[in-house]
Design a protein around this ligand. Sequence first.
Ligand SMILES: Nc1ncnc2c1ncn2[C@@H]1O[C@H](COP(=O)(O)OP(=O)(O)O)[C@@H](O)[C@H]1O
Ligand SMILES: CCCC(=O)OP(=O)(O)O
Length: 359
Amino acid sequence: MNRDKTILIINPGSTSTKIGIFSAGEMKINVSVRHDDAELRKFATIWDQYDYRKDALLGFLRDHDLAMDDIDAIACRGGNVRPLPGGIYRLCPRMIADMKSGIYGGHPINVGGLVAYDLGNQYGIPVLTADPPMTDELCASARYSGIPQLTRTSSFHALNQKATARRIAAELGKRYDEVNLIVAHLGGGISVGAHQKGKIVDVNNALDGDGPFSPERAGTLPAGDLVKLCFSGDYTKAEVLKLLTGGGGLYAYLGTTNVIEIEKRITAGDGKAAEVFEAMIYQVAKEIGACAAVLEGTVDAIALTGSLVYSERLLESLKRKIAFIAPVHLNPGENEMEALADAAMRYFSQEEELSVYAA
Ligand SMILES: Nc1ncnc2c1ncn2[C@@H]1O[C@H](COP(=O)(O)OP(=O)(O)O)[C@@H](O)[C@H]1O
Ligand SMILES: CCCC(=O)OP(=O)(O)O
C-alpha cells in the first residue's frame, strides 16, 4: 500500500460541502461546511455555485495551512454522468461534458466535479471518482415505469450505499456478495436501495421526483396532478423542476431543510412541523417495506445512514415501523469520505484498475 500520498477529498451535498485530507494512511481532516438555505437560494442554477463552492474549498486549504502543491490526487463524489458500472474513474472531458449537459441530473456534485477537474488540470494531478451517483445495477423489472416513454433510472447515493453495505456485511461477519440488505441514506436527499448479494437491484431516483420526500426534494408525486400543475400556466419548467429538487419536501412545507431547527420547533409545540416530519419518516418506512418485497422477505439487515440518523425522534418513529423486517443497524453521517480515500489509494497501489467511461 502506497501510504505517502496525500488526497484531497471533495464531497458537495445539497446542504453541505464535506472536505477531507487523507494522508499517511489516515483521514487527517474531515470537515462538513453547512450551507444556509438562504445562501444557496441566491444561486439561480447549480453552476452559479462554482465560485462559492471553490471558495469554500480554497478557504479550507488556507485554514489548514495547505497548498494545492501538497496534494497528489483529488477524489470527488460526482457527478451526474451517464449510467455506468460501479468502480473507480478518472474524470475526463467526456464526463465533464455530460455533467455540464444536465441530461443526467443537476446536483452540486457536478459543480464539485468541475472545480476538482479544473484544479487537477491546473496542478497536473489526477482527479478520481468512485461509485458515482449514476451507478446502475438495476434489475430488469426495476426499470419499468408504466409507460414505454419513461424508463426508471438510478441516480442516488451509490458511494455511501455501497460503502455502508460493505461495512454492515462485515459487522455480520459476511462478504457483501453473501447478504441481502436494505440501505436507507437519509440526508438532504433520500435514497433507499435493495442490495441483493452485492448488487443494488432497485433504488429510488433520489434526485428527480421518485421515492420518499426529503429535506429538499419532493419524491414521488401524484402524476396526474403534477401534469395539471405543469400545464396550469402558473409555473415555468424551471420552477416545476425546482419543486422536485431543491424546493420540495421539508423545505416546501416548513421553509427550511434544517432538521435541527425543525426538531426545535417540534419540541416547542409546532404541530405542523411534527406532522410533516412524521410524514417524511412514514414515506421512508414505506420505501423500506417495498425493498423488503423486492428481496422476497430475505433481508439480513436494514442500515440507516446519512445525517438525519442523528435525529433521535426520527429513529424512534422509523424503527417502530420497520424493525419487524430485519435488525436495524445505524451508521449516522456517511462513509463517503473514507470510501473516496480508499478508492484513491487503491488507484495508487494499482490494486484496482480504473474503469473506462463509455464513449
Ligand atoms: N445532528 C443532526 N441531527 C438531525 N439532523 C441533522 C443533524 N446534522 C445534520 N442534519 C440534517 O441532515 C441533512 C443533511 O444531511 P447530509 O447527510 O449531511 O446531507 P447532504 O450531503 O445532502 O448535505 C439536513 O437536513 C440537516 O439539517
Ligand atoms: C444524485 C444523488 C446525490 C444526492 O442527492 O446527494 P445529497 O443528498 O448529498 O444532496
